[in-house]
Design a protein around this ligand. Structure first.
Ligand SMILES: [Fe+2]
Length: 405
């Protein structure tokens, strides 16, 4: 009997999810690099097992690695500064069979020790895998269509949505968490309470339709997943293209979102404002776990997250996920850019088994994102979770609400 059968089942599920992603790939695609700023796809095939091995190794329970060279080769992803792209060649990477055999060796060795593995390490292995299920989806999205296969989705192209603003009354936002309050990554600690003055927030995420209007007015460049053909705009979906759905949230960079905000004399929300709008309550001193619920485990009113779709839905498609103040989709259907630079909370201590997880990114060159995208696991949907990306990185499923201060 496992110490925590639920956790072991979740590891099995997470493995099934990432294994499934590779079945969408044409075998000839493994050594391609669909995103210039990331490793070739073969890296990700070995990385998940290498990470698990390196985590478990630190528990002292494992003997010799099936391949110590691979433990290092597949240990870390990359996030180069602008203009410093990687130069490695396909031939620099091991053959697919070698990676598969490494993975099998790692999994079977680890599985013999899972019953005694510390929960903290297991949770890191599960969440890390789910994080890569999402970032690998971005890579797959950018792979040329002939090299991948997947389901044909019915893409809902609803009518454009009329934007409105709602008032968020002043109050306190609780960011982060304290030890003893459940698993979190190092950057989620410690808890802090931030006073937030009243402000207004757009009820909906900014839509493709709104961004298109702005482009026509300003000549601003199109977001990464759009393309133009004979004067018409299209959205490059995961497995199929579609005439630009004006009702969908615009997926764009932090820079594009900020410029859009500036043009409209509005702002991106701070991390604390996001929290206030998403988790605040009209009842003084009360905060919700999810925008739609005070229950700690209430994922029942799901928006578009948890691998429910490959593509977005309309910004007004999930009214039952609205926050207490009536803001829609603060969790789900696309990460939310904030104006907050990614930095540690007071009391931050690097994770002992993964010291660079957050600390390597406290460089004033990454911004905090909150919420979830269609490809974010429900496992990662919690109030304290923080995501971060560079302001010019265009591949993430990130969008924004705007605020008027
Ligand atoms: Fe990783």
């Amino acid at each position: 009997m496992a110490k925590n059968p639920d956790l072991l089942a979740r590891l099995t599920e997470a493995r099934a999810e990432t294994d499934r992603l590779f079945t969408h790939l044409d075998p000839s695609a493994l050594y391609l690099r669909p995103i210039d700023e990331r490793h070739r796809m073969a890296f990700y095939l070995g990385h998940l097992e290498a990470f698990d091995w390196n985590q478990m190794k630190q528990t002292g329970m494992l003997a010799a690695s099936p391949n110590p060279e691979f433990d290092n080769l597949f240990a870390f992803g990359i996030d180069p500064e602008p203009g410093q792209l990687p130069h490695d060649q396909p031939s620099d990477w091991p053959k697919q069979e070698q990676i598969h055999s490494y993975n099998q060796g790692v999994r079977s060795t680890i599985d013999r020790h899972l019953q005694e593995a510390p929960e903290e390490n297991l949770r890191m292995m599960i969440e890390h895998r789910h994080m890569h299920a999402e970032t690998f989806a971005y890579i797959l999205h950018n792979l040329e269509p002939a090299k991948k296969k997947g389901p044909t989705e019915h893409l809902s192209v609803a009518a454009p949505v009329t934007q409105t603003f709602v008032t968020i009354p002043s109050g306190f936002s609780t960011l982060g968490k304290n030890s003893g309050e459940g698993f979190g990554w190092d950057n989620e600690f410690n808890k802090l309470s931030v006073p937030v003055a009243d402000f207004e927030m757009s009820k909906y995420k900014i839509s493709n339709g709104e961004f298109l209007e702005y482009m026509k007015l300003t000549g601003a460049a199109a977001p990464h997943y759009w393309f133009e053909q004979q004067g018409e705009w299209f959205y490059r979906g995961m497995f199929q293209n579609v005439p630009l759905p004006l009702s969908w949230p615009v997926y764009c960079t932090w820079n594009q979102a900020s410029q859009y905000a500036r043009f409209h004399k509005l702002q991106l929300p701070t991390e604390a404002q996001y929290h206030r709008a998403a988790f605040g309550s009209p009842v003084d001193g009360e905060e919700r776990h999810f925008p739609w619920s005070s229950e700690a485990a209430d994922l029942t009113k799901q928006g578009n997250f948890g691998y429910s779709a490959w593509n977005p839905v309309a910004v007004n498609a999930s009214p039952d996920t609205e926050s207490a103040f009536g803001v829609a989709q603060l969790v789900g259907n696309g990460w939310e850019w904030t104006s907050t630079v990614f930095a540690p909370f007071e009391g931050f201590a690097p994770s002992p088994t993964y010291p660079g997880y957050s600390a390597n990114f406290f460089d004033n060159a990454h911004y905090v994102l909150k919420g979830a995208s269609p490809r974010t696991s429900a496992t990662l949907v919690r109030r304290s979770l923080r995501n971060w990306f560079r302001p010019e990185y265009p591949y993430v499923y990130a969008t924004f609400h705007l605020v008027r201060n």
